[in-house]
Design a protein around this ligand. Sequence first.
Ligand code: SF4
Length: 456
Amino acid sequence: MQAAKFFDSTLLKKYNTHGPRYTSYPTALEFHDQFSHENLVQAIVASPNRELSLYVHIPFCHSLCYYCGCNKVVTRHRDKANTYLEFLAQEIASRAPLFKDYTVKQLHWGGGTPSFLRHEQISQLVAELKAQFTFAAQVEMSIEIDPREIKINLAEHLYSLGFNRLSIGVQDIDDKVQKSINRVQSTEFIEKFIAHAKQVGFKAINIDLIYGLPHQTIETFTRTLNKAHEMDVDRISLFSYAHIPSRFAAQRKLKDEWLPSADEKFSLMKLAIEKLCNFGYDFIGMDHFAKPEDELSIAQKSGALHRNFQGYTTKGGCDLLGLGVSSISAIGHSLSQNTKVLQHYYQAIETQAHAQVKGVSLSQDDIVRGEVIRELMCNLYIDKNKISQQFAINFDEYFAEDLPLLQTFINDGLVIVTLNEIRVEQKARLLIRNICMTFDAYMKQNLNQQRFSRVI
Ligand code: SF4
């Protein structure tokens, strides 16, 4: 894949504003506490989907990475997880009966650090999930791994339990960068772990990389990218470090003068995209790379790529149930979230057997706009007739107030609008969030824009 087509530095800088990542529409900012448990039950009954994607949040981490914006609890005490798993088991037991006519097609454990759990705790949690839900024979089971505090034999343990995908946080292999972000880890061990996991049978391994971290230079990040190439993984997620110290206290440890300038950050991103494309990866959506034979790549080529709270996925027809503190669900025409505070989670499970605190029932307008935004995020393309038929609307009339806002992108050669379609040019791939904002009814008020990270 030619990387040059993704860049026009003048335009990328012009449009480098704040914007949502659109893992949902509306975004979580629109959730409210009037959305009740009964609303969720109604959404399950009304949902046309009978396939389920489960997300399980394990909030614990051994130590604090200073760049982190996740919901986590830092502790050295592994036993804390026992209490958590007891409450999680109660939540699983109370939620599962609502989904008894669903089949689980996908299970993902995120965090925090799911690999914080001991082997026996992992086995116990898998057993509970499998006892309570009906799993498909070909279920996709994935887990996020922090490579710092694991043993090499974690790979066979996970594989024996049915996990078939691993996602490993590499971020950057440079010593100085690692020390500054308080995440020192052995690249040699990561390489060994990945090689071992492949031998054990894992066919789908992802690593995460981050650009824009303190002390990163073209030279150091080139070494990280070359090492990623040597690891020969199936997918690479390339994230932009979003420095928002006003929101994330840990980031206050990172001095402004350590960070790359906007120009340097742009060069790091460009370097990464060029190298990953030259290594033979396909560019997926706005921040993923996959080998051409990987499902994500195949789904993108066939227009079947989907997006949910975990990012890009091939499981479009699934409802998503989040379990654990802070987890988010997307069921039928509803979005909802558990409390983000661990103690509140425990109290809520004890008193009401669930920890949902807010959410939103989607209006018909949310559903139409959500579909348009998802198509743009995943496929960079809108078939106006398809949307018109799907929702019994006239696309141009329905979006009469929105379409003129595309003019700036049309003038800059980023978007082509014809009678039947909206096509986003490859050089606008990195700006897809900006283009989606055109169709975001909530963004029109423009009040919340500063709550989101910059698009680059
Ligand atoms: S980056 Fe991951 S491991 Fe580090 S503190 Fe955040 S959630 Fe924990």
